[in-house]
Ligand binder design. Structure first.
Ligand SMILES: Nc1ncnc2c1ncn2[C@@H]1O[C@H](COP(=O)(O)OP(=O)(O)OP(=O)(O)O)[C@@H](O)[C@H]1O
Ligand SMILES: [Mg+2]
Length: 235
């Protein structure tokens, strides 16, 4: 079942062409990794899916409106004494609804347990480590029970152990996922598709990528070389 269909999408900021003729279909239960160089257009790509910006050309068809999002940069100020519970409750906010009920709280507790942050629920968000805070943000994106969870570099600035915890949590979530990341070694544990985005998009099936592993480790440089070969042969 197709959840998201992206056809011939191009996008420009002012006169700068950032994404060129992108085609991609995301199916139910896909776990898509989005990789590529800084400035390649990865965040722009997910903002298009989320509807924050509109394609300059082409079309994006969503077969669900239930999208959960963990942004690359969070805008809440750490100076505000807001608790973990409050942050995750924000994910339950709907139009014309300003109060939380018991069901909202139940949902929040459940998702906090899922990301192993339930014991921290009354702590201030400013008192958490980066990895813990990121898990709280994943819980916030999950409390609306989305059909697709979209994460923009959820593990940047997190130590390897913290990264592994986050990837393990994501792997265990039975939901369609799109994740931007630079940590290829971790990523390939759970994903079934990999999109390389550098203005254009090159799609790989994850099982093919495992062929490029050396000594059980994934070699990013080899992969990038493969992608470039592939790009040339596709042109
Ligand atoms: N709001 C904006 N206005 C103008 N240009 C923008 C805006 N946001 C991004 N860009 C430009 O679009 C290009 C793609 O940016 P984008 O943030 O999508 O890259 P990215 O692949 O997510 O990079 P990174 O790995 O550094 O997060 C860059 O050249 C960037 O300068
Ligand atoms: Mg980005």
């Amino acid at each position: 079942m197709n959840l998201i269909e992206i056809k011939n999408v191009s996008f420009s900021y002012n006169d700068e062409l950032v994404l060129k003729n992108i085609n991609l279909t995301i199916k139910k239960n896909d776990y898509l990794a989005v990789i590529g160089p800084n400035g390649g257009g990865k965040s722009t790509f997910v903002k298009l899916i989320l509807g924050f910006i509109k394609p300059t050309k082409g079309s994006i068809k969503l077969h669900t409106q239930k999208l959960g999002y963990v942004p690359q940069y969070t805008n809440f100020s750490l100076d505000i004494p807001i608790t973990v519970l409050d942050v995750v409750l924000q994910g339950r906010i709907k139009k014309y609804k300003f109060f939380y009920n018991e069901e909202d709280k139940k949902e929040v507790y459940e998702k906090l347990k899922l990301v192993k942050m339930y014991e921290y629920k009354d702590k201030k968000i400013s008192e958490l480590s980066g990895g813990q805070r990121q898990r709280v943000l994943i819980a916030r994106a999950m409390v609306s029970n989305p059909d697709v969870l979209i994460l923009d570099e959820p593990t940047s600035a997190i130590d390897p152990q913290g990264q592994k915890e986050i990837y393990d949590i994501l792997k265990s979530l039975n939901i369609t996922k799109i994740m931007i990341s630079h940590d290829l070694n971790f990523l390939l544990e759970g994903v079934n598709k990999v999109a390389w985005i550098s203005k254009t998009l090159v799609l790989h099936d994850a099982p093919d990528l495992h062929l490029h592993r050396k000594d059980g480790h994934f070699c990013e440089i080899d992969f990038i070389n493969e992608v470039h070969k592939c790009k040339v042969s596709n042109d």
